[in-house]
Design a protein around this ligand. Structure first.
Ligand SMILES: [Zn+2]
Length: 350
């Protein structure tokens, strides 16, 4: 995965096996056993998912690291071999195959997470790399860029030609103004004989990126954090209980209303009290035995929806959060799983 782009069909096949193993422990499983959509399972925990790795995104992160090494690993023999055969600034090369074309498609993303400390200007694209200020010149001078006919020029080529012949014959008034500003910027730029230096806020070492942080950034895509994630995952409960609380927060535990929707059972009725809809809320809060359970714990006001349960528990003492609640939910979880309800030492077959 760190050397080539994995075909989407291969990722789909691997994900099918991973999904089956997660929900059934087997190589194959039916859709009815999958309690949560795979895209949500592969979302990070802070965003409300289960935190299973998204292979496609992970593949992209590892390939970004590969591109970074091509730019920065000056002592690497294989990187030097590539640099002799390809223009590393725009990653153009005619004979490195389909894999190289796929790798080149990630260049805009790589440019977005790196800046360049300009030296000789030979491996830096004039318009789309960030080498002067905080943004690319294509973004700073958009009208002039739209008139440009040599968008793949390096900084060295642009400065050597002083941008002569780089634009269409007639510029708009706005583009002409931007050209004057750009010429002034070029005149202030001095090149050296050293190679350009790539920098990134995600650098772990000079030639390695922190792919874990990039992965979280790509997965987040501006989404807000799930306020329940801290309660679900940052406690002393064992992983099995955390998984149950996560399913509960999604309303996807194996209650009869969910099973009825998937045509696993004939009726959504609660087999304990006969209520017409055995929803997650009913099992945890409203079934008479559940009510007695919470009352015994002194939590009478917990008759609320599962979606806000985590917010309610925030106001509870740490000791309660870390022990009683997960254990109580674990007990409730076993009710749904085993088909039995345990309370005060008694067990009732549901
Ligand atoms: Zn009931």
């Amino acid at each position: 995965m760190s050397a080539t782009q994995v075909p989407p069909d291969v990722i789909k096949l691997i994900d099918r096996r991973r999904r089956s193993f997660l929900w059934s422990g087997n190589k194959e499983s039916s859709a009815a056993k999958c309690l949560v959509a795979w895209t949500n399972v592969c979302t990070t925990k802070v965003l409300g998912g289960l935190g299973i790795r998204d292979l496609g995104t992970q593949n992209i992160c590892l390939l970004l690291n590969l591109i970074h090494r091509l730019h920065c690993a000056h002592s690497s023999a294989w990187a030097a071999w590539i640099r002799q055969r390809a223009d590393i600034a725009n990653m153009r090369c005619d004979n490195l195959g389909h894999h190289w074309v796929l790798l080149r498609s990630l260049l805009p993303l790589y440019q977005a997470i790196t800046t360049v400390q300009i030296e000789d200007g030979c491996t830096t694209l004039f318009w789309t790399d960030v080498w002067n200020g905080d943004d690319a010149l294509a973004d700073r001078f958009p009208r002039l860029y739209s008139h440009c006919t040599r968008k793949d020029d390096t900084v060295q080529q642009a400065i050597a030609s002083n941008l002569q012949g780089a634009f269409v014959n007639r510029l708009s008034p706005h583009a002409h103004q931007e050209l004057q500003l750009l010429i002034g910027l070029i005149q202030q730029t001095t090149l050296s004989a050293l190679p350009d230096k790539r920098l990134s806020p995600f650098s772990r070492s000079p030639d390695k990126l922190d792919t874990s942080t990039i992965y979280k950034l790509l997965k987040a895509r501006g989404q807000p954090n799930d306020p329940a994630s801290t309660f679900i995952w940052k406690n002393a409960a064992p992983p099995r209980v955390e998984l149950f609380i996560w399913l509960l927060s999604k309303g996807r535990i194996q209650c009869r209303s969910n099973q009825f929707r998937k045509r696993v059972v004939d009726s959504p009725n609660c087999l304990v009290c006969g209520a017409p809809d055995e929803s997650p809320e009913h099992i945890i809060f409203n079934c008479p035995i559940a009510v007695q359970f919470w009352n015994a714990l002194g939590c009478r006001h917990l008759k609320t929806t599962i979606q806000i349960i985590c917010i309610v528990f925030r106001s509870y003492p740490i000791a309660l959060k870390n022990s009683t609640v997960p254990l109580s939910l674990y007990a409730a979880g076993n009710c749904g799983k085993e088909g039995t309800v345990s309370y005060s030492g008694t067990s009732t077959r549901a």
